[in-house]
Write a protein that binds this ligand. Structure first.
Ligand code: PLP
Length: 383
């Protein structure tokens, strides 16, 4: 058998524990709170709400579950329309389908790569004329960068459509000094293993509407009515977060600001080493916003550089480095064939362009400078 000497794999985004997680897990074991509720869950909810500045937060089993609950709280039903960013992970839109509603996809704009206010305006105006406004819009903050929330909020206020802010990737980011994820009626965060902080799997639904989050917890625990026996008048889900995982979340939240600093430093190093290469364009940061730079993303112009995203991904893979293309827009997914989609402008399909030319580089907060140099040198060598 030939044993080849392989360089250690560099991953796109890995968990980064602080060391304090074990303390909270031990507490859960010591008190036998091995359940989808308990003191760590209550504390994690309070601590996260206080960190982002909302009145309340409900810890759930995933970011997807949080979106599902938000849509349910907004009474989204079969036949309803929900607008959703097109350039995102499938989890933003799957819950629309769970409820039998119909997604309408909104293109990105070039300054944040997120929902285009001008596309949203056309979509809302058309829906208004048809007499069927969406029950909600789901706007996503890609790779940590906030969408143009002022413009999006003012359009949604005008038409009185509630916003769900999918901040799964933007915990720790700010927009005009206010936490990303706190601009809509509801915001959601994810603690999946690849996110900036993780509980291995988990999510949080945040809102200033304390009553709504009470109802969210009710739906998330099988919608059990108050009664001595098992009594149910509504359909529920099993979506609460485990008390053990909430313990991991508490320790992770303590180091969130460090993780943001580390990821921003990684972005800064890539930028310093690669941004002067003609045809390399890094994801912008909108004025008055601060991105957590969850993933360093950039576009590469094939004409200027002579290389395609595909070939660069292969070159990195050969060096045992994990990189990824930018999300494939949802309106291009076979699952959503035939669904309505609004482009940024008639001739500008921004999300499609970003998908064709965009790449995400390894951005783990625990990636060493030496590892990052390996990524940078691999890219320079390939050029
Ligand atoms: C990760 C992610 C989600 C889903 O979160 P899970 O916790 O994995 O269910 C939703 N939206 C976006 C944009 C994400 O990146």
């Amino acid at each position: 058998m030939v044993i080849t000497q392989q360089k250690n794999r560099i991953f796109l985004s890995t968990p980064h524990m602080s060391g304090n997680e074990q303390k909270y897990i031990q507490d859960a074991f010591d008190t036998n709170w091995i359940a989808p509720l308990g003191p760590n869950v209550d504390a994690f909810e309070e601590e996260l709400a206080s960190f982002v500045g909302t009145r309340d937060a409900a810890a759930v089993s995933s970011g997807t579950a949080a979106i599902h609950l938000a849509l349910r709280l907004l009474d989204v039903q079969k036949g309803d329309k929900v607008f959703c960013s097109s350039l995102t992970f499938i989890a933003s839109a799957n819950p629309i389908m769970y409820l039998g509603a119909e997604p309408v996809f909104i293109d990105s704009e070039p300054e944040t790569w997120n929902m285009s206010p001008q596309a949203l305006e056309r979509a809302l105006s058309d829906a208004h004329k048809e007499g069927k406004l969406p029950k909600a819009i789901i706007t996503v903050n890609l790779y940590g960068q906030s969408a143009k929330m002022d413009e999006i909020c003012s359009l949604c206020n005008k038409y009185n459509v509630p916003i769900i802010e999918d901040a799964a990737e933007s915990l720790g980011s700010t927009y005009k000094g206010k936490a990303s994820g706190t601009f809509g009626k509801f915001g959601i965060y994810s603690f999946n293993g690849n996110k900036i902080i993780t509980t291995s799997g988990g999510g949080m639904l945040v809102s200033d509407d304390v009553e709504a989050l009470k109802k969210a917890r009710f739906f998330a625990t099988q919608a059990r009515d108050v009664a001595p026996h098992y009594q149910h008048s509504e359909m529920g889900y099993n979506y609460r977060m485990s008390n053990i995982l909430a313990g991991i979340g508490r320790a992770q939240l303590e180091v969130l600001e460090d993780r943001v600093k580390a990821r921003r430093l990684i972005f800064a190093r890539y930028y310093q080493e690669l941004s002067s290469i003609p045809g390399f364009y890094f994801m912008p940061e909108l004025e008055n916003t601060q991105s957590n730079r969850w993933l360093t993303a950039l576009t590469i112009d094939e004409k200027e550089t002579g290389i395609s995203i595909q070939s660069l991904l292969e070159a990195l893979a050969e060096e045992n480095i994990e990189a990824r293309p930018v999300w494939k827009p949802l309106h291009m997914q076979p699952l959503f064939e035939g669904m309505k989609y609004y482009s940024h402008s008639e001739n500008d399909h921004v999300a499609e362009q970003l998908f064709k030319t965009g790449i995400c580089l390894p951005s783990s907060s625990n990636m060493t400078e030496i590892e990052q140099q390996r990524v940078i040198q691999c890219i320079k060598k390939f050029l």
